[in-house]
Write a protein that binds this ligand. Structure first.
Ligand SMILES: N[C@@H](CCC(=O)N[C@@H](CS)C(=O)NCC(=O)O)C(=O)O
Length: 214
């Protein structure tokens, strides 16, 4: 089986990189330089007309969307337990993944590019303020969920990887997230996992390569 992950630094494609690594999967990475609009090339649009990463290509067949990709990894590497075994808990984990993807991510996108959601002049500051409020409401929910726990479930599972991205992206916007102590502890815990360290080293090397090509 040939597994190819389309990945771009800083983006939510880091989540499947982490879970594939946790699953000990043999996979290749195709790096996508968003600054150079590689995700809008004709070649990439054939694979993913939504021009987004991550994209997983398995034996030539493309699968988009983090939630679906995590489910695929879980089904194909059952020993890695990247989703909980218990059927109810598994659904709770899918619920968390969907929340990261559709409940949290859109506010991070607004912070990243306010002009993508409003054409009015000088709207940027207001969009950022409102997006931050919504984001903080969601971080608070996650913070409560993580109280007294190391991970969302008893062990590391896919939602930990996806939420790690959600929180890291907020930190990279220089938001003051010190009020979310449990999320911050989760973030540090995640950073100490070998899979995350591997991802961070890989990200650095890709960023250096992209900088050379700039
Ligand atoms: N719902 C998608 C969202 C993917 C997404 O928005 N990815 C961003 C990077 S974090 C992207 O590729 N943006 C490029 C674009 O929209 O053109 C998922 O969870 O996989």
């Amino acid at each position: 089986m040939e597994i190819l992950l389309y990945y771009a630094p800083i983006t939510c494609s880091l989540a499947p990189y982490i879970t594939l690594t946790e699953a000990n999967a043999e996979f290749k990475v195709a790096t996508v330089n968003l600054r150079k609009n590689q995700h809008k090339s004709a070649e990439y649009l054939k694979l993913n007309p939504k021009h987004k990463v991550p994209l997983l290509v398995v034996d030539g067949k493309p699968l988009s969307e983090n939630v679906a990709i995590q489910l695929w990894i879980s089904r194909n590497f059952p020993k890695a337990k990247i989703l909980p075994n218990d059927p109810w808990q598994e659904l709770q984990a899918i619920s968390l993944l969907s929340w990261c993807s559709s409940g949290i991510h859109p506010f991070l996108s607004r912070l990243n590019s306010p002009v993508a959601v409003c054409e009015l002049p000088d709207a940027g500051e207001s969009i950022r303020k409102l997006a931050t409020n919504h984001l903080f409401e969601n971080y608070k929910i996650a913070d409560d969920m993580l109280a007294g726990r190391e991970y969302f479930f008893d062990n590391f599972t896919a939602p930990d990887a996806h939420f790690f991205w959600c929180f890291r992206r907020g930190l990279l916007f220089d938001l003051d997230l010190s009020g979310f102590a449990n999320c911050s502890a989760h973030f540090e815990r995640m950073k100490s996992r070998p899979s995350v360290q591997k991802l961070l080293a890989f990200e650095k090397s890709v960023q250096a390569e992209f900088a050379k090509a700039a």
